[in-house]
Design a protein around this ligand. Structure first.
Ligand SMILES: *Cc1c(COP(=O)(O)O)cnc(C)c1O
Length: 374
């Protein structure tokens, strides 16, 4: 029998955009989807070289770097593993405030490294003093940090934490910027991040399937001396291939087209700073709702003010109400928001306001939430 797609999956029109507010994958704009309807090119063709060359500078602007942005065909977790395999010698300090911080630590252990966890309760972030203390107590050669912890909606104070890591000699800072990159400031060069990565399906608002990252020179030098980097996720191979504007292996060519189109759309919006400003406005829209009608109904932010992600808002449901019921009520109305993550499932919900969403969609979703709560 023919393979049928589920009946609720039909091509989207521009009019319908703005109701799918998961904290990843996020909604993909029709223009970006359409960009994928192009014929294949060989991955060793000049057409591929030209495509990678055209994306080089726009990608540098998104990542705020003069260095090379490498692109891989894998989930963001692939580049998390690359960070570990190519950046950790022996002992890593893992900053953990939720599921993705935990994942970073678990991958390092799975790769045979010693891991020291510095953990804070869900919704909180590692603060500068805590990090300085931990680095004084334990000798490590790398630190893993999740900038925007998607499971709790907490945003770590990256610009304060990075210099503390750099006070130490030869300790690399490995940063998961999966839901911060392209949605809030991530100053790769100014903060001297040694490895920073994201995935295509979060604030870049592409379909899932690509990982993107930047490595510092000293990260590349360290990688060269590490014997067990593996093959598919070897940073050194990536650096060499991308220096020739070549992918390492056969990439997801269609997703490269989507990325090219999205980079064009970012420039049209006014560049990466304009994109950040739109995300900040979406976070503020949720904050003023919680300060107003949402708060009156009993909704609260999980993270404190000043530590809230610009791309995902994690809200506690009103006392005595199950957060999952709200997610389902919105679903019945044609709106998709995220449920809470793991142990936070019954008590929290998450609104993903990243990528190509805007304040109007966020306000509309909050309006639905209000109706569901009444
Ligand atoms: C989504 C996410 C990941 C994992 O991304 P995958 O593409 O599913 O591997 C890692 N870290 C953070 C902070 C995320 O939000």
């Amino acid at each position: 029998p023919p393979l049928n797609f589920p009946s609720d999956v039909s091509p989207m029109t521009d009019m319908e955009f703005g109701r799918f507010l998961l904290p990843g994958p996020t909604e993909v704009h029709p223009d970006v989807l359409r960009a994928m309807l192009r014929p294949m090119v060989g991955h060793r063709s000049t057409a591929m070289v030209d495509l990678l060359a055209a994306m080089e500078e726009p990608l540098r602007r998104v990542f705020r770097t003069q260095r090379r942005v490498i692109i891989g065909t894998c989930a963001a977790t692939g580049f998390m593993e690359m960070a570990v395999r190519c950046g950790v010698k022996q002992r890593m300090l893992a900053l953990v405030g939720g599921a993705f911080g935990q994942r970073f630590a678990a991958i390092a252990e799975a790769c045979g490294h010693d891991v020291v966890r510095l953990e804070v309760p869900l919704g909180e972030t590692i603060e500068p003093d805590m990090l300085r203390d931990a680095l004084m107590r334990t000798e490590v050669d790398a630190v893993s940090l999740v900038h925007s912890e998607t499971s709790t909606g907490a945003l770590a104070p990256l610009s304060e934490l990075a210099p503390i890591v750099h006070e130490r000699n030869d300790v690399l800072l490995l940063v998961d910027a999966v839901t911060s990159m392209a949605g809030s400031p991530v100053e790769t060069d100014a903060l001297a991040l040694d490895f920073v990565f994201t995935g295509s399906q979060k604030a870049l608002a592409l379909p899932p399937g690509l990982a993107l990252g930047v490595a510092s020179e000293r990260m590349v030098q360290r990688a060269k001396r590490l014997p067990l980097r593996g093959a598919y996720l070897d940073l050194v191979t990536y650096e060499e291939s991308f220096a020739e504007r070549q992918p390492t292996n056969t990439p997801a060519v269609s997703l490269f087209y989507a990325l090219g189109e999205q980079l064009r759309r970012i420039e049209i919006e006014g560049g990466i700073a304009a994109r950040w400003a739109r995300h900040e406005a979406m976070r503020q829209a949720v904050e003023s709702w919680v300060d107003g009608p949402g708060g009156t109904l009993g909704f609260r932010f999980l993270p404190r003010e000043g530590r809230r992600s610009w791309t995902v808002s994690c809200l506690r449901a009103p006392e005595g109400r199950n957060a999952r019921d709200f997610v389902q009520a919105l679903k019945r109305e044609g709106w998709t928001i995220g449920s809470g993550y793991a142990s936070l499932k019954p008590s929290t919900l998450r609104i993903g306001h990243m990528g190509d969403h805007n304040v109007e969609s966020v306000r509309a979703a909050l309006g639905r939430l209000e109706e569901a709560a009444r």
